[in-house]
Design a protein around this ligand. Structure first.
Ligand SMILES: C[S@@+](CC[C@H](N)C(=O)[O-])C[C@H]1O[C@@H](n2cnc3c(N)ncnc32)[C@H](O)[C@@H]1O
Length: 327
C-alpha cells in the first residue's frame, strides 16, 4: 500500500536524537510530557517475562503498554479526551485517519508559523471536540501539552517555530495505530482509584506511572478541569499497591525520590516500611552513565522503578539497591 503522505511544504523540526537504544520501540505520536519512551530500554527488561494482562494504569502517551508483550493490554487514563482519541485510532481505518488529519491541516493552513490558524483550529476543536482534531492540535501546541481549562476547553498556546505535525509525527502515528490494531488492547478512562482489579490475578501485571508529587506537569496541578495530584492521591496509590501486593499481584511503579532539590518523603518512608520492594535506579543520562556518576545537584532527579518482585533481568545500566532512607 503506497500512501501519499506529502504534507504542504513547510520546515520540519529536526528528528529527535535519542542517545538511548530504542530497539525499534513504538513511540507515542503525542510526544507526551513525562512519557517514558526514552527509558523503555531500561524499564521493560525489568518487567516479568510472561504477562497475561498488562494494565498501564496512568497510560498518558501509552509509550509503555504499547511496547509490552502481553496477552491483553489495558490502558487507563482519567483524561477522557485522550482516551476518546485512542479509541478513535483503534476503531477508524488508518487511511481515513490520515485523510482527516491532512484535510484539517490544509483547511486551517496549520504550520509552525501560523498562530492565527492554530487559534481558529483550537476554537473549532472546542466547539466540535472531534477526537482526531485533538491529535492535530497537540502537534502544533506549545511543548505538545494537553491542557484544558475548568470548562474543559483546550487552552494550550501555540508552539511557534517549534511544534508541528511532520513526517516523524506521521511515522510514529502509523506505527502506533498498527500496534493498537494488532494487539489485544482495551482503553478505560477512570481515576486509578476507581479501576476494578477484581478480575486480575497472579499472572497479570500493573504498571503505574502517576504524576510525580514533587514535580509539576500540566496534568497534575488540579487547575485544568481534571483532578490534580496531591499527597492524598499519593497515599491512596501506595495503599492500593500494598493491597495488590497482598493478593500476590505484581506491580511496578515509576517515580522520582528526589527532584530539583525536593524529596518525596512519603515514597521514601513507604519504601523503608516495605523492604521487600525493590528499588531499581534509572539513568537519565543514558549514553554514558553509571550509578556513581549520578549528578546529585539541585537540578537533578533520582528516577526509580519500584517493583514488588525481583526483576528477571537487571539491565546493566540499572543498579538495584535495597532502599534505606535515613532522614
Ligand atoms: C506521567 S504521565 C504517564 C506517561 C506515560 N507512562 C507515557 O510513557 O506516555 C501520567 C498520566 O496520569 C494521568 N492521571 C493523572 N491523574 C490520574 C488519575 N487520578 N487516574 C488516572 N490517571 C491519572 C495523567 O492524565 C497523565 O496522562
Amino acid at each position: 500500500m503506497v500512501l501519499n503522505l506529502a504534507i504542504k511544504e513547510r520546515k520540519e523540526i529536526k528528528p529527535e536524537v535519542n542517545s538511548c537504544k530504542t530497539n525499534n520501540f513504538v513511540k507515542s505520536p503525542l510526544n507526551y510530557i513525562g512519557g517514558k519512551y526514552k527509558i523503555l530500554d531500561q524499564i521493560i527488561p525489568l518487567f516479568p517475562n510472561e504477562i497475561n494482562c498488562f494494565v498501564d494504569l496512568f497510560a498518558g502517551g501509552c509509550n509503555v503498554g504499547i511496547n509490552v508483550d502481553a496477552q491483553e493490554i489495558i490502558f487507563n487514563d482519567n483524561l477522557i479526551y485522550l482516551v476518546d482519541l485512542y479509541r478513535t485510532l483503534q476503531n477508524k481505518e488508518l487511511l481515513s485517519i490520515l485523510k482527516h488529519i491532512h484535510t484539517q491541516i490544509n483547511k486551517f493552513d496549520l504550520s509552525k508559523e501560523n498562530e492565527a490558524g492554530y487559534k481558529r483550529f483550537r476554537l473549532h476543536y472546542n466547539s466540535t471536540q472531534n477526537p482526531l482534531d485533538l491529535l492535530v492540535l497537540v502537534a502544533y501546541s506549545f511543548n505538545h501539552q494537553i491542557r484544558f481549562n475548568n470548562s474543559h476547553e483546550f487552552n494550550n498556546p501555540f508552539g511557534r517555530n517549534r511544534s508541528s505535525y511532520n513526517q516523524n509525527t506521521e511515522r510514529n502515528l502509523i506505527s502506533f495505530i498498527n500496534a493498537v490494531k494488532s494487539k489485544n488492547v482495551e482503553f478505560q478512562s477512570l481515576s486509578f482509584d476507581a479501576f476494578n482489579f477484581n478480575s486480575l490475578g497472579k499472572s497479570d501485571f500493573i504498571y503505574c506511572d502517576p504524576p510525580y508529587l514533587i514535580a509539576t506537569g500540566t496534568y497534575n496541578d488540579g487547575k485544568r478541569g481534571f483532578k490534580g495530584w496531591s499527597k492524598n492521591e499519593e497515599f491512596k496509590l501506595l495503599e492500593m499497591l500494598d493491597s495488590l501486593n497482598s493478593k500476590g499481584i505484581m506491580f511496578a511503579l515509576s517515580n522520582v525520590l528526589e527532584h530539583k532539590g525536593k524529596s518525596n518523603d512519603i515514597l521514601k518512608s513507604w519504601l523503608n516500611k516495605n523492604k521487600q520492594y525493590a528499588t531499581n535506579y534509572i539513568h537519565k543520562n543514558y549514553s554514558n552513565s553509571n550509578y556513581q556518576t549520578i549528578d546529585r545537584n539541585k537540578s537533578s532527579s533520582t528516577e526509580v522503578l519500584i517493583t514488588n518482585y525481583t526483576p528477571p533481568q537487571i539491565n546493566n545500566k540499572n543498579l538495584q539497591l535495597v532502599f534505606d532512607y535515613k532522614k
